[in-house]
Design a protein around this ligand. Structure first.
Ligand SMILES: CO[C@H](O)c1c[n+]2c([nH]1)[C@H](O)[C@@H](O)[C@H](O)[C@H]2CO
Length: 447
């Protein structure tokens, strides 16, 4: 039975929506910008399900003022976006492209004028192609490249951005880009993957140090977390669940919060697992101000020895509701995940930096898009977030994924997550029912 009791979030709880540069901006090479590895990857034959690329996307690079007006119409208090590294540094390092900085200054000025708090992510997967060609995140120097880039942004944009995130979901870069080859750069290497993960976290730590030197506001790390369940009570499935949990949920957080990697990773990677310097592990513990958690679903796992690490596979649940991504709708997993972070990692301040769902939305009709399933998804997860607060989790805010229908990476444009529908043939925006629902949640600071 749907819980209809009203709930209210704490005063000052921050309500926002999120996007990322390559998914919404378009104009990837405009005004002196250099190509990213996602520009390169999306133009490879058969890389993207519908042959889509980020060449146009939501045309946000040119329509940002219209989109800020939409954010204002929704009553957003904050907007989470990412900066395209190769707009700022076309070769990834060295020469700065002033026009790239100017775009983000214009966007930030519009947001601040609208009373919307910017939350900027330094890296949301789109690495400059020039750096990819020098080994990308597999090159130990990548951490320094990132720190130099971060320093430029803190110096040039720092007075306009109160909330920064170093990386978005390093796990996806490793798993999708280096283990399974379905994201840029399309590698499948048990030898590269652990080093890529390590260099990403070294980059995060050096970025935080750069921020401490001359940043303003707060800085955090954004990770994707997905609670793991066992498909049966048998020992093999329990072990598979534990490996999957270590592989997705603990790998990066243990690294930066505990200064060590789960033992299960060395076991599952075997001779491919490196020996990491103790000095590196000490660096990873560089303290940061908040944790961004992206939550979408849970997975139920069974043993799959034939699969690459974590040697597990997810099992579809009879009778459960699934989104267009094949992700089970499981709001209680959000409460469980937030409690787990609180208990394991010392009660850090947390923002839910992404939560949302892809459903097959109807085309706009008379200025309306009926998306009841997304309304119920958001309602259920907001209740789960509120329950976590009631249980003592230090949850500071929530960002819906996504403001706009956009480029869903290797799946192209068919999977739509937006609170606002984008007709990609006309670039017309239409606020969906879920957008109006979210507007009312923000206005009430609750349900
Ligand atoms: C593994 O799923 C992640 O939690 C996740 C889901 N999502 C993400 N990460 C990314 O941060 C976004 O760019 C995606 O568009 C979004 C929707 O797929």
């Amino acid at each position: 039975m749907t819980d209809s009791s009203s709930i209210r979030f704490p005063d000052g709880f921050l309500w926002g929506a999120a996007t990322s540069a390559y998914q919404v901006e378009g104009s990837p090479l405009a005004d002196g910008a250099g190509p990213s590895n996602w520009h390169h990857f999306s133009h490879q034959p058969d890389a993207i399900a519908d042959g889509g690329t980020g060449d146009v996307a939501c045309d946000h690079y040119r329509r940002y003022e219209e989109d800020v007006a939409l954010m204002r119409q929704l009553g957003l208090q904050a907007y989470r976006f990412s900066v395209s590294w190769s707009r700022i540094l076309p070769e990834g390092r060295g020469r700065i492209n002033p026009a790239g900085l100017d775009f983000y200054r214009r966007l930030l000025d519009r947001l601040l004028e609208a009373g919307i708090q910017p939350c900027a992510t330094l890296f949301h997967w789109d690495l400059p192609q020039a750096l990819q060609e020098q080994g990308g995140w597999a090159n130990r120097d990548s951490a320094n490249w990132f720190a130099d880039y971060a320093h430029i942004l803190f110096r040039e944009l720092g007075d306009k951005v109160p909330l920064w995130a170093t990386l978005n979901e390093p796990w996806v870069v490793v798993n999708d880009g280096y283990m399974h080859g379905v994201h840029a750069p399309g590698h499948r290497s048990l030898d590269e993957a652990p080093w890529v993960a390590h260099n990403l976290l070294r980059a995060h730590a050096l970025g935080v140090q750069a921020f401490r030197a001359d940043g303003q506001g707060q800085i955090g790390l954004v990770v994707n977390l997905e609670p793991k369940y066992a498909a049966s009570v048998g020992p093999d499935d329990a072990a598979a669940m534990s490996r999957a949990h270590a592989y997705m949920n603990r790998w990066f957080l243990d690294g930066v919060m505990l200064g060590s990697y789960p033992d299960e990773l060395a076991e599952m990677f075997g001779q491919h697992w490196p020996r990491f310097d103790l000095a590196d592990m000490a660096l990873l513990l560089e303290p940061f101000d908040f944790l961004g958690i992206n939550y979408y679903t849970r997975s139920v796992n069974r043993d799959a020895p034939q699969n690459p690490p974590p040697h597990a596979e997810s099992v579809r649940q009879e009778g459960a509701e699934y989104t267009e991504m094949g992700w089970e709708v499981f709001p209680e997993g959000l409460t469980r995940t937030l409690q787990w972070v609180k208990q394991r990692y010392g009660d850090p301040p947390i923002y839910i930096t992404e939560n949302g769902a892809a459903f097959a939305d109807p085309p706009a009709h008379n200025g309306r898009v009926a998306d009841p399933r997304r309304v119920e998804y958001l309602r259920g997860h907001l209740r789960a977030a509120h329950e976590a607060i009631r249980l003592g989790v230090n949850l500071k805010g929530y960002f819906a994924w996504s403001l706009l229908d956009n480029f869903e990476w290797s799946l192209g444009y068919a999977k739509t997550f937006g609170l606002v529908q984008v007709d990609f043939s006309s670039q017309r925006r239409t606020i969906k029912d879920s957008g109006y629902f979210y507007r009312d949640v923000i206005a009430r600071n609750g349900l």
